[in-house]
Design a binder for this molecule. Structure first.
Ligand code: FCX
Length: 436
């Protein structure tokens, strides 16, 4: 069985050659224009960075090395006794572009479990935080502190060749992914059930199986399966989103993967990005509180208008790139469709009913370019139903997941020798001069 590193080693020369050819033959080829609206509009739509693992089509949604979510659900090995995609098989696909065998997936699970313990000083750091510090702030700080053990940084200090950067980067990325469950679960325990002892990492379990156990939900097979799917699906969403882009930007300075991903987590913590999954539940519960649990479509419509007229966004709707319902939203809805207990949950019913009217209201409102739900519209309500009710914690789960894609690209950026990112900015005066 070839290891992850060996498999990567085999695919890297082909990609390096592809990049060499692009540079040699097409460096001056024009693939798009930059308009003033792009410059003042958050660079929306500008094709401006390389990102190997996934590409987002506005209408069809995400593809990971060409595979759609349903394709991945068919071919990526699940956990023993499970059905859903797991983090390891998704990580393997993202990193190598290849579908791992079951043996390769298990080997990676074991490697991650063996590397999963936190250094005692990081445990102490997390334990010292007040429970009132937002879990995302704690996660970002914990990840940054793990750079104490960065192998890339240590090797760089000694002096290594550029061609060796990627192997040390990969080692850091694997160590970081391995440690995220213990870090994220420790934050959960400290904030919501202080003093309860954490079980040890089980070397025979997959990454998310362990995460669920460390959180205290090891016996809750349904939640564990949902977390597996959630974490695999949120793993990567091409490179321009704020968290992925931040990791890429910071990593381009040769900051190590821990610091780069820590920065990404603070981008994920914004309400227009990852925090939206927390916001969706807060908003849906406020709706339920005001309208009661047996609400009509008409009442939801009125509530949506009240939100919009109050100058607020409807959380879980709209997207910077997507122009159709998010296939991640659809995959999570399908998870619910197969389970009668979820069909009966009042919060899941409310989310579904909201989906039946929100696109119409948003179209009539006429501002958002995409009136359809993104993944955050539905991701939290299943967690809630299965007993993970503390929604301030939800973005941390997203943060455990997004590491798969953001760290994959750091490995590729180093393997391809991508340069420091440094786009050109302009003042309005400078822009006006260009227009004249
Ligand atoms: N509710 C109300 N108004 C919305 C809206 C929504 N859900 N989505 C977009 N709009 C508004 C924008 O605020 C903007 O208004 P403005 O002209 O007054 O500034 C206008 O519609 C045009 O925005 P648009 O180009 O469609 O969207 P952007 O690319 O600028 O922004 C996000 C995309 C996702 C930030 C936006 O749709 C939004 O705020 N959605 C709600 C928050 C959310 O769900 N975020 C999670 C997104 C994602 F899945 C993730 O990163 O996790």
């Amino acid at each position: 069985t070839k290891s992850l590193k060996e498999t990567l080693q085999e695919v890297i020369p082909g990609k390096q050659e592809q990049l060499r050819k692009l540079k040699a033959e097409h460096a001056q080829t024009v693939v798009g224009d930059v308009k003033v609206e792009n410059i003042i509009g958050g660079m929306r739509g500008i094709k401006a960075m390389l990102w190997e693992a996934s590409v987002l089509d506005p209408n069809e949604g995400i593809r990971f090395h060409g595979l759609s979510i349903p394709d991945c659900q068919k071919v990526l090995p699940p956990a023993p006794g499970g059905k859903e995609i797991i983090a390891e098989s998704m990580l393997w696909l993202l990193l190598t572009g290849k579908v791992p065998t079951e043996a390769q997936t298990r080997q990676l699970s074991r490697e991650l479990a063996e590397k999963g313990d936190l250094p005692p000083f990081v445990e102490k750091l997390i334990d010292s935080f007040p429970a009132t510090l937002h879990p995302m702030t704690q996660l970002g700080m914990g990840v940054a502190a793990l750079n104490h053990d960065s192998l890339f940084q240590a090797a760089y200090e000694k002096g290594i060749k550029k061609s060796e950067y990627w192997t040390h980067t990969l080692d850091d990325c694997i160590n970081l992914i391995a440690r995220l469950p213990a870090l994220a679960a420790r934050i959960y325990r400290n904030v919501y059930s202080p003093g309860t002892p954490m079980p040890a990492i089980n070397k025979d379990l997959d990454l998310v199986g362990n995460y669920s156990t460390l959180l205290g939900f090891g016996d809750n097979h349904n939640l564990t399966e949902y977390l597996r799917l959630y974490i695999a699906l949120h793993g990567d969403h091409e490179g321009g989103n704020a968290s992925a882009h931040t990791a890429h930007l910071v990593g381009s300075t040769l900051s190590d993967p821990y610091l780069s991903y820590s920065a990404a987590l603070f981008a994920l913590a914004g309400p227009l990005h990852g925090l939206a999954n927390q916001e969706v539940l807060r908003w849906q519960f406020a709706m339920q509180k005001e309208l009661g649990s047996d609400v009509s479509h008409e009442q939801i419509k009125e509530y949506l208008w009240k939100t919009l007229k109050g100058g607020q966004v409807v959380p879980g709707y709209g997207h910077g790139v997507l122009r159709n319902p998010d296939p991640r939203f659809i995959a999570l809805q399908e998870f619910c469709d197969g389970r009668p207990e979820l069909q009966e949950s009042s919060i899941i019913q409310l989310v579904k009913k909201t989906y039946e009217v929100a696109p119409g209201v948003l179209k009539e409102h006429g501002k958002t370019k995409n009136p359809y739900p993104n993944v955050d519209a539905t991701s939290g309500c299943v967690l809630y139903h299965y007993g993970l009710t503390e929604f301030k914690y939800y973005t941390v789960i997203f943060g455990v997941s997004r590491a798969l894609g953001a760290l994959t690209q750091l490995v590729w950026a180093r393997a391809l020798g991508l340069p420091l990112e440094r786009p050109k900015s302009l003042s309005m005066d400078a822009l006006e001069k260009l227009i004249k």
